[in-house]
Write a protein that binds this ligand. Sequence first.
Ligand SMILES: [Zn+2]
Length: 127
Amino acid sequence: MGLLEEEPRRLHSGQSRCPYCGLLQDRVVTLEQDWVLLEPDMFPLAHTVPAEHRWIELSDGRVAVYGVGPPDPYQRCRIEHRLACSAQPLPDLWPWLTTLRGENARRAERQAAPEVPELPEQWPDVG
Ligand SMILES: [Zn+2]
């Protein structure tokens, strides 16, 4: 209370700083009238990016996720900054691969586990 309210420092229009790493990211409107924070100046070939993470720029400047295989091998797309952010954990890019890794982790664990000889069950003497 009684503190002077400081005007938040205006950044270049359409950009904001990542709260995790401090680098600039582009704020772009999506088809759903939402915002997405994209990596600036990065336009990878769409087919090299997992389908759910391909943001294609539309003619009006908005972006949309392009979930199907791009028919044009030279189609470029954009990616979210969080995928490139060094201060955030990488999300699950390839779900089937993550499943496979989990499966392999369990297999490796089983293989590494020392062989425990099964103890014969101790039956109380009957009779
Ligand atoms: Zn960041």
